[in-house]
Write a protein that binds this ligand. Structure first.
Ligand code: UP5
Ligand code: MG
Length: 190
């Protein structure tokens, strides 16, 4: 593992707002390690871990998995990595996630990205993604939207209040969104 204190950017935004898509591009250009909390949880389900059933059920219902589970996975992934620049995608999703991560790891983010996009467009993207995700159906999508508004927006508000939220118009093309991220990440190249 890297020896210096990790530098972390949280990548937040509604379901389908392009978090994963943009993180993949940022990895190539800025040498970040991309940790998608959702991907880590789905891998845990696949591995047949004791928590797998519980995680799968929560994902199907669009609910937020208990912090201890997700933070453990993130900690393990960070410890296994040889770099110290992390994009943490889709986490923290509620105040419990946020406060526990800070308490347990001692890490506060450099800043957070908030991909803003209306629900109609998010719904369109998720319904045509077609990657076999158990939560990409209209019923679960509606639940994910509700949880995002009720639990995740307050986290974004928190970072807004302390001047750490960077709002991104996610309705644009992938390329336009990526271009708008460049100035925010250039400092990480030096
Ligand atoms: N696409 C991307 N950018 C586009 C653009 N600019 N224009 C047009 N199309 C664009 O993109 C979604 C789709 O849109 C793709 O087909 C893409 O090609 C296209 P993607 O980059 O995948 O968006 P993303 O924001 O990553 O969407 P995702 O569905 O992954 O977001 P969620 O936040 O819903 O999913 P996540 O995997 O983070 O979480 C899933 C579930 O896991 C949660 O609901 C929850 O139950 C659980 N979870 C926790 O409990 N705790 C956690 O900490 C994390 C997850
Ligand atoms: Mg994603």
């Amino acid at each position: 593992a890297a020896t210096s204190k990790p530098r972390v950017v949280f990548v937040l935004g509604g379901p389908g707002s392009g978090k994963g898509t943009q993180c993949a591009k940022l990895v190539d250009q800025f040498g970040f390690v991309h940790l998608s909390a959702g991907d880590l949880l789905r891998a845990e389900v696949k591995s047949g871990s004791p928590d797998g059933m519980m995680i799968q059920n929560m994902i199907k219902e669009g609910k937020i998995v208990p912090s201890s589970v997700t933070i453990n996975l993130l900690k393990k992934a960070m410890a296994a990595s040889s770099t110290d620049k992390f994009l943490i995608d889709g986490f923290p999703r509620n105040e419990e996630n946020r406060a526990d991560f800070e308490k347990i790891t001692g890490i506060t983010p450099e800043f957070i990205l908030y991909f803003e996009c209306p629900e109609k467009e998010l719904e369109r993207r998720l319904l045509r993604r077609n990657e076999g995700r158990v939560d990409d159906n209209i019923e679960t999508i509606r639940k994910r939207f509700k949880v995002f508004i009720e639990s995740s927006l307050p986290v974004i508000d928190h970072y807004e209040k302390i001047g750490k939220a960077r709002k991104i118009d996610a309705t644009r093309t992938r390329e336009e969104v990526f271009d708008s991220l460049q100035p925010l990440f250039r400092p990480f190249l030096v």
